[in-house]
Design a protein around this ligand. Sequence first.
Ligand code: AOF
Ligand code: ZN
Length: 359
Amino acid sequence: MTRNERYMQTALKLAQRGIGSVEPNPAVGCIIVKADQIISRGWHKKFGGTHAEINALRNCKKSPRGATMYVTLEPCCHLGKTPPCTDAIIKAGIIKVVAATKDPTKKVNGKGFKILKKAGIKVETNVCKKEGESLNAPFFKFARTKKPWVIIKWAQSKDGFLARSDKKRWITSTKSRKDSHKLRKKSQAILIGINTVLADDPMLTARLDSGKQPIRIVLDSRLRIPMNCNLVKTARKIPLLIFTTLKNNKKILQLKKKAVAIATVDSAEGKCNIKSVLANLGQRDIAQVIIEGGKKTITSFLKQKLADEIIIYTSNERLADKGRVKISRQMKKAYHHVTNNYFEKKRFDTDLFLKAFMK
Ligand code: AOF
Ligand code: ZN
């Protein structure tokens, strides 16, 4: 490993601390090095907050004048929720910037590097590029394709059941369910099929503390959603978006009156065309969506290879005759289609948690 790579690894580790709080922004880490000594560290801590470079510049123990900055993403040069990082870097007297990746967003896309170079700062990029990109895979996908990062998530029993037929409500442990609420909280949108609405009447909220709630999305080609279901009843408080293939339907007006947003897409085999759904979500600036069920919806995303990531909670219990709705062949086989460049395996009590990126 070169010295540059070693320093970049430190910056990448710092960046990781922001995962879960910065989305849909990228997680970014930054260190400042002078005379082969790290004089400061910084990372982007939460969405809307100060950028990694600014945090690092503020944390300097010594003057950053004449120092080298290692940052995992090209410094921004635009006024967003925060001022451009390039200005601050130039002003601070940094003489060299080493970056892992270019920022692919239109507003930056190489312009940040150009501005730094013009100010006489040396720029080196693509140091640990692969790690830098996989750390922010959802951000890079959205910037390049304008389609959201698709996470498929489900909970199953050890013998592959998605629901139970006895009086107990849950398959997985309290800890697993808490974790899945955390996941909801850090995502922009949760999507389910109409069958899940009809079967469970869910709220689809992140029941942690107050704060940001993801947009709730239902695929409902024929608008079968009941007007008195929990999702519709709460639409004024928490956004609800329904995709349908119907146009000029009376129910569209009724739903709109209840503050439900409706989008009409083309149909594919009688259902909403999920490719069009994803394109539509991209237009709405939704950079990441979790598909939470049910079996049919999840299976159609897997069949069409539209999933980017899978998350599976598996309980230690075999349900056998207490089980209902077995996972599909595609769900069972999903594991043959994952990459190993990002893989997490851990336990929540006796449940197994698996997370991987799809090939
Ligand atoms: C950086 N350093 O730590 C991050 C960057 O609205 P704002 O001001 O927070 O800007 C968000 C955009 O800035 C985001 O879309 C991405 O292009 C870039 N993120 N840039 O220089 C950082 N998080
Ligand atoms: Zn910035």
